[in-house]
Design a protein around this ligand. Structure first.
Ligand code: OOG
Ligand code: MG
Length: 256
């Protein structure tokens, strides 16, 4: 099994050179816990380079994503200050290898959340929810990976854009029924509702709190938590415009 340091270095190098690598599981054993160790080393490298932690992300929490990516389990990764993007600017395509964008419901935590946690615990600790578009960019050739590979690769995290409105959950109707429409160049490409994410988007955040507790961590107050794509991602081709409209949370539009 490759060492976490070796894995983190190979992935860091792939980012720096914008060159995809072959997944580790193609010719080696890699367990999920070792992969999370490698992920954490990669995050430490970003912090050492001057970034700050800004939050966490869930991945593969919807059936649509699991089926497309061929991985049946959710996972998590970390968001850093360098990943925050402004929808007013064209997306920095020159940073990435083969970026895709996907619509998400983001939770902004008003209080620290330590697992195990229920949906009610998550909602009580949430300052508000907002729309987000996440840019993912696998460091693996053809976005081809197994669970340990994508864990080590920080859940393909590359960037995120936050929507125009932060709404307290008490102001919204049932998050399970919150509608989402994704358009590319004005044409509807995917639609979903909040329940696409583990039956309830807060269930994904509860899963995260439980998973972090197993390694003695928690979700910090102030963190933004992307609960996972509601629909499949769309490739970000140069010149494309992608728009996500989330019921009650407004519209985000990005230009590549
Ligand atoms: C893994 C990351 C998935 C999500 O929201 O499901 C993810 C990938 O698809 O490359 O961020
Ligand atoms: Mg995502």
């Amino acid at each position: 099994m490759p060492e976490p340091r070796t894995i983190a270095d190979a992935l860091g190098d792939a980012v720096a050179r914008r060159a995809a690598i072959t997944r580790f599981t193609a010719d080696a054993e890699l367990d999920v816990e070792t992969a999370y160790d490698a992920q954490w080393l990669g995050i430490q490298d970003r912090l050492a380079a001057g970034e700050q932690l800004s939050g966490l992300k869930l991945g593969l929490t919807s059936r649509a994503k699991q089926v497309t990516m061929g991985v049946d389990d959710p996972l998590y990764g970390w968001l850093t200050s360098g990943m925050l993007l402004d929808a007013a600017d064209p997306l920095p395509l020159d940073r990435w290898i083969h970026p895709r964008v996907e619509p998400e419901i983001a939770f902004v935590m008003g209080a620290e959340l330590t697992g195990p946690a229920s949906i009610a615990d998550v909602l009580a600790a949430t300052a508000g929810v907002t729309a987000a578009l996440e840019v993912i960019d696998s460091r693996y050739a053809d976005f081809s990976f197994r669970l340990p590979d994508v864990v080590a690769d920080n859940a393909s995290a590359a960037g995120y854009v936050v929507g125009p409105r932060l709404r307290p959950v008490a102001e919204l109707e049932d998050l399970r029924l919150l509608g989402c429409v994704l358009r590319r160049d004005g044409e509807v490409v995917h639609t979903a509702a909040g329940a696409a994410v583990m039956g309830h988007p807060a269930a994904a955040v509860a899963w995260l709190a439980g998973r972090l507790a197993a390694s003695g961590r928690s979700i910090p107050a102030g963190a933004i938590v992307l609960s996972g794509a509601l629909t499949d991602a769309v490739p970000l081709a140069p010149g494309a415009t992608v728009t996500a409209e989330l019921e009650g949370l407004g519209t985000i539009e990005v230009r590549a």
